[in-house]
Design a protein around this ligand. Structure first.
Ligand SMILES: [Zn+2]
Ligand SMILES: [Zn+2]
Length: 238
């Protein structure tokens, strides 16, 4: 049986050789991970000191970054497994634009292994992936945040509930400044009435400014959620 499985892996590799998502070197046929060993070693954990709310690195012993101090948030905490550096952009690109679902599943397993580092994320009763707009979902065939959430749920956590949907399409956030980002996203998400009374952990691949997570948090609170936090694969630092 073991030999058969190995033959299957070899055949798949021969038909569809897998390459490292970062350096593009061939991966061994039995590889389970989307990165080669060397690139895996280049993953950088998102570690303190960082803003206690949004995980943006901060210096000088400050508890909160400038944009988080002095105001309340609908998404009260953001935590990230890795920094968006080194092999991470290639990994994200592989599951976002090259159809490598297995890369998203592996990333979800890494997120699950690193979750115990964040006791402040314990006690949520549901994992809610940040939704894609239906048109994007149709193009891609899957929501990468959903794949991350599925693996996380299977290994470490509460059930996945799809409590959010996109009310309308939005422009990509990366080509907008902060004010336009907020305008671009205002009212972009709708939450199901099933969110009432829930304690939700939002799941996404990358957190850039945190504006989408905050907008998701607002929609969930409008629907009666008690508590909303977020756990993402990678934190982009500005
Ligand atoms: Zn590599
Ligand atoms: Zn912050």
């Amino acid at each position: 049986m073991g030999r058969l499985r190995k033959l299957g892996a070899l055949a798949r590799h021969w038909l569809l050789p897998q390459v490292c998502a970062h350096c593009r070197e061939d991966l061994p046929p039995e590889a389970q991970a989307p990165l080669c060993d060397r690139c895996r070693g280049g993953l950088r954990l998102c570690e303190p000191p960082y803003c206690l709310r949004c995980a943006e690195p901060v210096g000088g012993g400050k508890a909160l970054c400038r944009s988080c101090s002095g105001r309340p948030f609908a998404c009260r905490l953001v935590r990230a497994a890795f920094l968006y550096r080194g092999p991470v952009p290639g990994l994200v690109h592989a599951f976002k634009y090259r159809g490598r679902r297995a890369a998203a599943r592996a990333a979800g397993r890494w997120m699950a292994c690193l979750l115990p580092r964040f006791p402040e994320l314990a006690g949520h009763d549901s994992l809610v992936p940040v939704p894609l707009h239906p048109r994007r979902l149709e193009e891609r065939g899957y929501n990468q945040a959903g794949l991350l959430a599925d693996e996380l749920s299977r290994m470490a956590g509460p059930p996945v509930l799809e409590l959010l949907r996109r009310a309308r399409p939005t422009r990509p956030q990366w080509d907008l400044d902060r004010q336009s980002r907020l305008r671009n996203l205002a009212g972009a998400f709708l939450a199901s009435p099933q969110a009432r009374g829930r304690s939700v952990l939002l799941i996404d691949d990358v957190c850039t400014s945190g504006a989408s997570l905050e907008e998701c948090g607002r929609a969930l609170h409008r629907a009666g959620a008690l508590r909303v936090s977020a756990y993402v694969l990678a934190r982009q630092t500005l």
